[in-house]
Design a protein. Sequence first.
Length: 358
Amino acid sequence: MTDLTRTDAVRRHDPAVRGFASDNYAGVHPEVLAAIALANGGHQISYGEDDYTNHLQDVFRRHFGDKAEAYPVFNGTGANVVALQALLPRWGAVVCADTAHIHVDEGGAPEKMGGIKLHTVPTPDGKLTPELLDQQAYGFGDEHRAQPLAVSITQSTELGTLYTVDELRAVIDHAHQLGMLVHMDGSRLANAADSLGLPMRAFSTDLGVDVLSFGGTKNGLLLGEVVVVLNPDRVRNIKYLRKTSMQLASKMRFVSVQFEALLAGDLYLRNAGHSNAMARRLDAAVRKIDGVEVVRPVQANAVFAILPREVSERLQKRYRFYFWNEQTGEVRWMCSFDTTEADIDAFAAAIAEEMGRA
């Protein structure tokens, strides 16, 4: 008989090694792994007709309202490209902050794969306002200009900042008054919910967001994000766009069951709340170190700081993290659901040690 428990795989990393480069560096939460195992075994209909994906609709409606429709995809870039395509005709464009993930970190995928022009706006804190939106929301009816028919906002932003409910309402209402639809990049939406102390629908569905890219990978999942249609009267054809954008999983049950594990209870808040708390701990620790300047508000799970470049380069040999701005020397440190207090304290001690050498 075959030994079904046998594996020839070899662990090729040290699980004690930690980094602060990205919350994607973290592994999979044990409860999510258990859910994947639960969904394994036997046969289920492929391409989203399985029992887990069907049940997932109810899970998302509890969080985002009775009209919400959930479409699991492979990754965040895929979620954004699919969602934005659903908002626009071929001549449409999206207005976004110049720091937005869709502009900076997706390799041009919205343009190359989605055929979508991005109109970017410089922002001091990663957040759009009605006034900033107006810098690109013009030229309606001019065939020489890609038509600004949608806006993409990110919560929490790429700079680790949060929109308040009032700030979001102002941007969303203004966009709708201009005839634009609204996409929200929610790769870290759970972190925002924890920091704001609000249910997720309070700063998405209830404010009129039309479609949402909901993140899971940064919050303890193995893989997968979800395009959540919040306004099905105006956002259609997701299932066709998902397929043609190469985002339709054949064994979708293993994506869907992860989101059930995340959202059916409070795991999404436990994970996000912990990563946020670790960022606050790191913020407090490094502010005590002479020569380290925290340059942005710590409102989610990211800390942005400036310190001497040679110090950062030495630190990178001990802990992985990225330069955010090569010109200014600004770096970004990300905390994850599995970051521990001991991890934070050791990293802060390493920063202090390297600053002492400087």
